[in-house]
Design a protein around this ligand. Structure first.
Ligand SMILES: Cc1cc2nc3c(=O)[nH]c(=O)nc-3n(C[C@H](O)[C@H](O)[C@H](O)COP(=O)(O)OP(=O)(O)OC[C@H]3O[C@@H](n4cnc5c(N)ncnc54)[C@H](O)[C@@H]3O)c2cc1C
Length: 560
């Protein structure tokens, strides 16, 4: 029974590390970054290649192509040694692509799915659950009270400065429970529906995967796909879209195992290649992020976006599922846990404090990143007493998953020392605050004034300047002193290709490109700025929704 309830805002939540994956075939990894100079669109001869239009669009991707697997149709077509035929070809096997393949097969289409890797599932394997509103599981579960769809949309509008498409949110939220039910009807058993870890979202819309692992859902869908006759080919990245008579007529693929090329002719093509977190050129082109020191956890190289741009697709400025990290380390390393996930004292390149460092805790891993990247550089500043606390005292002030508040970080000092000895230029040390300032290249008097002011606020127990919670006000006074630079880190890119409400890819004029659809994060236009953790699992929820939506419309087109 769903009742209207007051919608609580402003909570925070978390996401999973990538865990298991579904092994289907082969063992070699797909090659990365194999573009040659011949594929550079500015080279002589590039104008002669086939394609719907978009030479100018493709030209912008000169750098982006270098880390992708994408080739030009004119280059790849002559290398083809085999041509397969089907109704619908799908590129990518995450929640978006595999969901689309199964749905299309259910609707009677002959489907071929191409997957770049040797395993299915992509980033989806590492997720913990998905958003759903109005699912049968929610109806069956005691104590589930849901807000109105309109209340959820209003929260997203407020969060995003009204720069999002509320009509798209309306479609997505209303369909999200049906996506959950679709999986259940296929025999997949969710673990439960609940809030996300008790603190992040204020309402019970988080549908936890079995074992809290997206890989269980992928494995289930892979079995269903096999039963429906979907031909799944792993280690076979799509490298270009096939064009014919003004429409997309399939895709070209590289068979990594024997280094051959084949073509898949199809009446509709669905792209779901998982974003471009590994493609700094695309990130800088399509977002406001400076990736000079940026890091990523996403495996996406932007293949789908580049392939579609080659046939004239429009792009959509994307959002980022954001974090910060310490250069040279992953977000799971202790130096990053201590310096990025803990509300210590943050200063900018001038030595000024600039934010409520507790924002990480209250908005989880999202909004605080906006404050960090609004500065030229942001440093976490702390003293030896904090290091001792982290290593063998009360532990960290805040954290998640393995590193909850109170966890100790035994490697913290040695990782700091490694950074200092590497002279990478992102960690600094001084016996006094003034010495630290000199090492950082900051005005010593200014940094000293900042630290003195911060210590006074700590003594007062009230952060008059930025309203950080009193529990996080710990003075910085026992040398030596350290500063560690926090850099942006991409968990996932969100969006890239412009699509309409049918998940058909549209050109720069907003006209649907015949025969081409896009799903998953490549197509996600829900967010314009920063991912909102208050709607837990919204990303995978969208990936599945878009897969089902695209499959329905692609089948209408392909099976007409
Ligand atoms: C650590 C982590 C945890 C997360 N946890 C959550 C969570 O709990 N809930 C949530 O909602 N979101 C979560 N997210 C975000 C979520 O993972 C993604 O939004 C979602 O899984 C993306 O699905 P997708 O189908 O778009 O792409 P993916 O699942 O990444 O699948 C894309 C697939 O396409 C393949 N591919 C790439 N290029 C080609 C090519 N040229 N040809 C053929 N195949 C290709 C890839 O190999 C991959 O298998 C998390 C992200 C990360 C990184």
């Amino acid at each position: 029974m769903l009742n209207r309830r007051d919608f609580l805002k402003g909570s925070a939540f978390g996401i999973a590390g990538i865990t298991g994956a579904v092994a289907l075939a082969g063992c070699a990894s797909a090659p990365q970054g194999q573009q040659s100079a011949a594929q550079n669109p500015t080279d002589a001869g590039a104008e002669e290649r086939t394609g719907l239009q978009a030479t100018a669009e493709a030209a912008q991707n000169t750098e982006a192509r270098k880390v992708s697997l994408v080739e030009f149709e004119a280059d790849v077509a002559p290398k083809v040694t085999e041509t397969k035929e089907c109704d619908i070809v799908v590129l990518g096997s995450g929640a978006g692509g595999l969901g689309a393949a199964v749905k299309a097969a259910q609707l009677g289409a002959k489907v071929i799915l191409l997957e770049k890797g040797s395993e299915l599932g992509g980033s989806t394997n590492g997720t913990e659950g998905m958003f759903g509103w109005g699912s049968s599981l929610q109806h069956e579960t005691d104590g589930v009270e849901l807000p109105l769809v309109a209340e959820l949309i209003q929260d997203e509008l407020t969060y995003s400065n009204y720069r999002i498409d509320a009509a798209l949110w309306n479609r997505f939220i209303n369909a999200s429970g049906k996506s959950v039910d679709w999986l259940r009807d296929l025999g997949y058993q969710f673990d439960r529906v609940d809030v996300y870890k008790g603190q992040i979202s204020a309402f019970k819309c988080y549908h936890w995967w079995a074992e809290e692992k997206g890989s269980t859902m992928i494995a289930h869908l892979a079995d269903v796909a096999a039963g429906l006759g979907v031909e799944i080919i792993t280690q076979a990245p799509g490298v270009a879209l096939m064009t014919e008579d003004g429409k997309v007529a399939g895709a070209y693929a590289h068979n990594v195992a024997d280094d051959s090329y084949f073509a898949v002719k199809a009446k509709a093509t669905i792209v779901g290649t998982g974003g471009f977190g590994l493609n700094n050129a695309l990130i800088e082109q399509l977002t406001a992020w400076d990736m000079t020191y940026g890091t990523t956890r996403s495996p996406g190289t932007g293949d789908g976006v580049i392939m579609a741009e080659d046939v004239g697709a429009g792009t959509y400025m994307t959002s980022i599922l954001p974090r910060t990290a310490v250069e040279g380390y992953t977000v799971y390393d202790e130096i990053a846990i201590g310096c990025c996930d803990n509300p210590l004292l943050f200063v900018n390149e001038n030595g000024d404090r600039f934010m409520n460092e507790g924002t990480y805790v209250t908005s989880y891993m999202a909004l605080y990143v906006n404050s960090i990247i609004s500065q030229k550089h942001a440093y976490t500043l702390f003293d030896q007493a904090m290091i001792d606390r982290f290593m063998n005292g009360e532990g960290i002030l805040s954290g998640w998953r393995k590193y909850k508040a109170g966890a100790q970080l035994p490697e913290f000092q040695s990782q700091l020392d490694e950074c200092l000895s590497s002279k990478r230029g992102n960690v600094f040390k001084g016996d006094t605050v003034e010495d630290l300032a000199k090492a950082m290249g900051v005005d010593p008097a200014n940094l000293k004034a900042t630290v003195d002011r911060y210590n006074k606020l700590c003594t007062d127990g009230f952060d008059e300047d930025f309203l950080k919670g009193a529990e996080f006000l710990i003075p910085v006074q026992t040398g030596p002193f350290y500063a560690v630079r926090q850099d942006p880190s991409v968990t996932n890119t969100i969006g890239g290709l412009d699509v309409n409400y049918n998940n058909a890819v549209v050109d720069v004029n907003g006209e649907a490109i015949p025969g081409l659809y896009c799903v998953g994060v490549d197509a996600c236009k829900l967010y314009k700025e920063t991912y909102n953790y208050a709607m837990s699992g919204g990303l995978v929820g969208y990936c599945l929704y878009s897969g089902l939506n695209a499959a329905e419309h692609a089948c209408e087109e392909a099976l007409a």
